[in-house]
Design a protein around this ligand. Structure first.
Ligand code: SF4
Length: 200
């Protein structure tokens, strides 16, 4: 059963110590993965979970989530509808700690080495869930699926890969100012229109 295999995978993720054992800050998070009752065909892949105090038990439930769900409303999804039909996960599964620049500078971006160590978990999630539509949220998630494209090239386009379509989105973190530029806001609007057309 796929759901049993996913359950075992989630257990393996929650007990994984690869990053701390390699000297990285990595706080195990029980909220990075959000799975609806039935196996969905849509997957959202973010960068890494937020600190548990900010996550309130659900992925994207803090400030970044408010921005994300405002965007998704533009594509025709209510938050409940989206959460009920999407498997949430991230490039790395543990909270990576705050950025070094101090308060207000967001969370630390997981290093290449951490992303490499965590990669088999996401590969297995993709294999089990087999999403037909993947929202790649933020530069690191976009790079995983599409290679080193810059945001301006990726956001606003859709990318067909065997068995799935990738819709890149910028990260909705309050730290990012990318969508403040009118051209970038237009790219985001195009991405949300494409997402509305691709709704499963
Ligand atoms: S981020 Fe991934 S590889 Fe690193 S400790 Fe957490 S689950 Fe393991």
């Amino acid at each position: 059963m796929i759901t049993t295999a996913l359950h075992h995978l989630h257990e393996a993720i929650s007990t994984c110590r690869k990053c701390p054992d390699a000297g990285y800050f990595a706080q195990s998070s029980d909220v990075v993965i959000g799975m609806p009752v039935t196996l969905p065909r849509m997957m959202l892949v973010g960068q890494a979970p937020a600190a548990s105090l900010r996550s309130k038990g659900l992925p994207f439930s803090g400030q970044a989530g408010r921005v994300l769900f405002r965007w998704l409303a533009q594509a025709g999804f209510s938050e409940d509808d989206f959460r009920a039909n999407c498997y949430f996960t991230a490039i790395t599964k543990c909270y990576p700690g705050p950025a070094r620049n101090g308060p207000g500078s967001g969370d630390r971006a997981p290093s290449t080495a951490e992303r490499r160590m965590c990669r088999p978990f996401l590969e297995r999630e993709l294999e089990l869930v087999q999403p037909r539509l993947v929202l790649a949220v933020g530069r690191i998630a976009i790079e995983y699926f599409l290679g080193p494209l810059d945001l301006a090239t990726a956001v606003g386009s859709t990318f067909n890969q065997p068995g799935r379509t990738i819709v890149p989105l910028p990260h909705p973190s309050g730290v990012s100012r990318w969508t403040n530029a009118p051209d970038n806001r237009a790219r985001l609007d195009r991405a949300l229109r494409a997402l509305a057309d691709l709704r499963l």
